[in-house]
Design a protein around this ligand. Structure first.
Ligand code: SAH
Length: 375
């Protein structure tokens, strides 16, 4: 009897037949295999699952984002209808909190059509339950391209980190790719394969020209498709997008491919399909690719600065005034987790994108002012 997860055997058969897999292919199979993929089979998010996300930590996260959406919608000229799109909505908590807070402007709710891009059937059912009584009609899609054209606000929290990456390593004047192969006892292992010049060109030129010998450069090919879909939507209609995730904004190259299981880091090659596989988001690369494709971009700024700039402290005071003692403790510790620099406040970052012509969204006006002051 073979040991290991059911997906491990399937991956081995695949590698024996076709050769090593890129990390991107390995991630895609581990996360989305129709039978055993991580997101297909279970409920990964929350204290009972493998990882906890910001909307699951505090209702204020989704509420402040809901108010951000209302502000941006007003600045678009209050288009009706408009599409409120979320990529990878998890349990639907962010959207539920956002819609509740947005009730302050009933015209916003009346105009909004909810579109959820979600690959997991299990999570679609959870989202359906969470959002059933929120008001607007719900629509599910496999990808952003399927959603009909029209004015749109797009939210993506911890979505981009789950998009597959490839890893390239510079050795001498050649480029190699880290791939998943089999060792001499037929176990999954990382190997390096030399790549064609064409594949090496996936590494952005400034990195290709400056990277140190042996350094790993991570590339996320699906970001190009995501940006192309956003640009496409922005050609005839106003579009704004908010991308929140863990990542780095300094334009460096790093090895960040990781597995998380039951709230701990794990070996990405052990028990494939049973751990979440992600990599940090290269926000500087994302921002410059968005700007190159014609979108306006603001940030990234830390999640702490973003939420405080949107009024987290004021909202916290209002909620505390109406809360019992236990709720007060939970509210304060949730807020602390979201914004403290040694928790999620700096590792998690926020980037806003918009079609040309839209005004700077909050709270990036402050960041733009600071940049102008420094200049
Ligand atoms: N935004 C949620 C969940 C983050 S987990 C939160 O903050 O709690 C990542 C989410 O993206 C899950 O809902 C997962 O099923 C979905 N997902 C991952 N890759 C996807 C893909 N390629 N297409 C659509 N959904 C995807």
């Amino acid at each position: 009897m073979p040991s290991g997860s059911p997906l491990q055997e399937k991956l081995k058969v695949c590698i024996r037949a076709q050769g090593p897999l890129t990390i991107a292919d390995y991630m895609t199979i581990c996360l989305h295999d129709p039978e055993h993929g991580y997101y297909r089979s279970g409920n990964p998010i929350g204290a009972e699952g493998d990882f906890v996300t910001a909307p699951e930590i505090s209702q204020m996260f989704g509420e402040l984002i809901g108010l951000w959406c209302v502000h941006v919608w007003l600045s678009m000229g209050s288009p009706a209808p408009f599409r409120l799109i979320e990529l990878g909505p998890g349990r639907g908590t962010l959207m539920a909190d956002a819609l509740r807070a947005a009730k302050v402007v009933p015209e916003f709710l009346a105009a909004s059509e909810i579109h959820l891009v979600e690959s997991s059937d299990t999570l679609r059912s959870t989202q359906q339950r969470t959002l059933a009584r929120c008001g607007p009609r719900l629509n599910w899609h496999q990808n952003l391209m399927e959603i009909p054209a029209g004015s749109a606000i797009v939210l993506a929290n911890e979505f981009v980190d789950a998009l597959p990456i490839r890893q390239f390593v510079s050795r001498g004047d050649r480029w190699f790719e880290r791939q998943v192969g089999l060792d001499n006892v037929e176990q999954l292992c990382m190997i390096e394969e030399e790549v064609s010049d064409q594949d090496a060109e996936l590494v952005p030129e400034p990195i290709r020209l400056s990277v140190a010998e042996g350094a790993v450069a991570e590339v996320r090919p699906e970001v190009r498709d995501l940006l192309a879909a956003l640009v496409d939507r922005s050609l005839d209609y106003p579009l704004a997008a908010l991308i929140l995730d863990y990542g780095y904004g300094d334009g460096s190259t790093r090895h960040t491919f990781q597995a998380v299981r039951r709230h701990r880091y794990a070996d990405p090659l052990i028990d494939p399909g049973e751990a979440d596989l992600t990599a940090l988001v290269d926000f500087a690369g994302l921002r410059s690719a968005a700007a190159d494709s014609g979108l306006n971009a603001w940030g990234p700024i830390g999640q702490g600065a973003f939420l405080i700039g949107l009024g987290l402290n004021e909202r916290l005071q209002r909620l505390l005034a109406a809360a019992n003692q236990q709720q007060q403790l939970d509210l304060v510790s949730g807020a602390e987790r979201l914004v403290a620099p040694d928790q999620m406040g700096e590792l998690f970052k926020v980037l806003a994108l918009a079609s040309p012509g839209l005004s700077t969204p909050p709270p990036f006006e402050d960041a733009s002012k600071d940049e102008a002051d420094e200049a």
